[in-house]
Design a protein around this ligand. Structure first.
Ligand SMILES: Nc1ncnc2c1ncn2[C@@H]1O[C@H](COP(=O)(O)OP(=O)(O)OP(=O)(O)O)[C@@H](O)[C@H]1O
Length: 587
């Protein structure tokens, strides 16, 4: 229960609901317990009438009164049971909502490294399935516990008052029932976890086959994928049958134990009646109802125990994530104004998950309004420089100064808000093109969106779609070409008119003519803004104020286009190679 203490703050938050719920639960049980006592009363009235102890009128009056009490108590009990669920179960939904938000809030704070170390499926599971299991503890388990305790206490008092010996024999099989249900619930849980694992394997496999359907068809491997699917679904079916076998035991076992208790009541009650230890047959009827009333709550003791154990395990998994301190912390809650001056002084950086040294003693300076271009072979550290400007990672040695302040002393939100970042793999959400562009600036007008798209040279493509800017992208929507995606992603970055623009090889999928146009618009737009362009193409970087070439994380060349094409090295080689490619294309 240590892990579940995390929920105490929520129980405290909703204490009013919980107290009302508990009171309603207790009162509802009290009303429902009227039934067996009035059933006994009916027996006594009938016995008295048969023995001629009461007149017909008194018999009628007493019988009607007892029936009315039973109906009334059942009605009030039912209404209160409804409110019991409305209070306690609703609290569990509120707690589920709060906990999900707490976890999601924590996920948002955690750095990129956290996402690299943990699988997406695991992150999703903790916020959905684990929270679901914890809810079962905060709601149904709590409700059934209050219910069981109340019922048990009241019924036992009634039973021992009415016939102590009979009471003892009646409740004897109940602990066996509770232990059996507990064992069965654990087994059911174990088997259903396996079923869940198989179901998720099956859905992951199906989803991947659908997403990769073009590759599957192109390679003609449909029969193989179908065989794999069949094998997976056969295993899944087998696990499902295993689960059903245990589930099928649940109700027969309950019926057997209730039957045993009923038989005991009838046999022992009957013997006691014959011996004159019990006055009326009504006591036996009353006890049979008690036994049936007690069976379910007693069964729930086992069930609740297994729910609490599962919730504890799930909350432990949730707490593991909640306890993680974000690696990148905002150290400055005051607003800081960001200008576009960026300086790297001997920056070195090692990715701690792979131990790869991505940057070694990198130094450069860009003034506000200037453009820096970074070139280099794949894996040379270009993207890492951009990630460090956005403080997605903290550096190991050296310093990064932005707006004359150490990067980690800047307000993190201000820093990130002043950056427009276009990643290497443009990521677009399953939403309209308009909303994907507006993502950079929630309050953007229609005109802002169109202007950004025009500057990114994608407006003409968008208006050709039937729905224009309202065209929905993604799984059920239209698929954009690689170059279109890159340009929508550029529009998203420029719409917020940020102080710093970071372009990570984002023109690789557009033709050189469009690239030229985009660079021209960017040139106009980026007046007064600092731009860092990562590219593999000389054509994208030739107009930059500064160019650096990285090799294995180190700067090996630095300068302007005009000077670099005259120095032996990577830049000149690349320039000559791309020049001859353009020439051969023109021929
Ligand atoms: N998140 C990460 N975790 C661990 N290692 C990483 C991570 N990202 C990059 N690396 C490694 O750091 C080195 C530099 O990578 P980086 O992405 O900065 O190169 P790049 O020059 O941008 O390459 P490309 O041109 O292919 O995009 C590579 O060896 C890469 O494998």
């Amino acid at each position: 229960m240590k892990e579940l203490q995390h929920l105490n703050k929520y129980f405290l938050k909703y204490k009013a609901h919980l107290i009302i719920g508990t009171i309603i639960t207790i009162v509802a049980r009290v009303f429902l317990l009227y039934t067996p006592r009035y059933v006994k009363k009916i027996f006594v009235v009938v016995e008295n009438a048969l023995e001629g102890k009461i007149t017909k009128d008194v018999f009628k009056a007493e019988l009607s009164e007892a029936i009315l009490y039973i109906i009334g108590a059942a009605l009030i009990g039912a209404i209160l049971t409804f409110f019991m669920r409305q209070t306690i179960i609703n609290v569990s939904r509120y707690i589920e909502f709060d906990l999900k938000n707490e976890i999601y809030g924590q996920y948002q704070k955690l750095s990129l490294n956290f996402y690299k170390k943990n699988r997406t499926g695991d992150l999703m599971n903790r916020i959905s399935e684990d929270v679901g299991r914890v809810r079962m503890y905060a709601g149904p388990a709590l409700m059934y516990s209050i219910n069981t305790i109340t019922l048990f206490v009241i019924v036992l008092i009634y039973m021992f008052n009415a016939a102590p010996k009979l009471a003892l024999f009646t409740i004897a099989p109940l602990p066996i029932l509770s232990v059996a249900i507990y064992k069965l619930s654990r087994e059911i849980h174990k088997r259903s976890t396996i079923v869940q694992q198989y179901l998720s394997k099956l859905s992951t496999y199906t989803q991947e086959s659908f997403s990769g359907i073009s590759v599957i068809k192109a390679y003609g491997i449909e029969p193989l994928t179908a065989t794999n699917f069949k094998a997976l679904s056969a295993s899944s079916k087998e696990k499902q049958i295993n689960l059903t076998k245990v589930q099928a035991l649940f109700f027969p076992m309950m019926i057997l134990l209730i039957g045993t208790s009923n038989l005991l009541v009838i046999y022992i009650g009957g013997m006691q009646y014959i011996n004159g230890e019990i006055e009326s047959l009504g006591t036996i009827a009353e006890f049979i109802i008690y036994v049936n009333m007690l069976t379910w709550p007693v069964a729930t003791v086992g069930w609740v125990t297994s729910i609490v154990q599962q919730a504890e395990a799930s909350q432990k998994r949730i707490n593991e994530f909640l306890k993680i301190e974000p690696e990148i912390k905002n150290t400055n809650s005051n607003r800081t104004e960001i200008t576009g001056d960026i300086t790297f002084n001997n920056v070195s950086f090692i990715y701690d998950d792979t131990n790869i040294q991505a940057l070694k003693n990198v130094s450069f300076n860009i003034k506000e309004g200037e453009t820096l271009a970074i070139l280099g072979k794949t894996g040379s550290g270009k993207s890492t420089v951009l990630d460090l400007i956005g403080r997605l990672y903290d550096i190991d040695s050296g310093s990064i100064i932005i707006s004359n302040t150490e990067i980690n002393l800047l307000n993190l939100n201000d820093l990130r808000n002043s950056i427009g970042y276009v990643p290497q793999d443009a990521f677009l959400f399953s939403d309209s093109i308009k909303n994907n562009i507006k993502f950079g600036k929630e309050d953007a007008t229609e005109d802002d969106v169109i202007n950004a798209a025009k500057n990114a040279q994608v407006h003409k493509n968008i208006i050709k779609f039937n729905e224009g800017y309202d065209t929905v992208l993604g799984e059920r929507g239209i698929t954009l070409s690689g170059g279109q995606k890159q340009r929508v992603s550029i529009a998203r970055a420029i719409i917020k008119s940020p102080k710093i623009l970071l372009f990570d090889d984002c023109l690789s999928a557009v033709d050189t003519e469009t690239e030229e146009k985009i660079l021209k618009s960017l040139n106009k737009l980026s007046k007064g803004k600092t731009t860092v362009i990562v590219s593999h193409r000389v054509s994208s970087v030739k107009n930059a104020d500064k160019i650096i070439v990285l090799e294995d994380g180190e700067i090996v060349q630095k300068g302007k286009h005009e000077s670099l094409i005259n120095v032996e090295g990577y830049y000149k080689d690349l320039y000559l190679k791309q020049l001859s490619e353009t020439d051969s294309k023109q021929e």
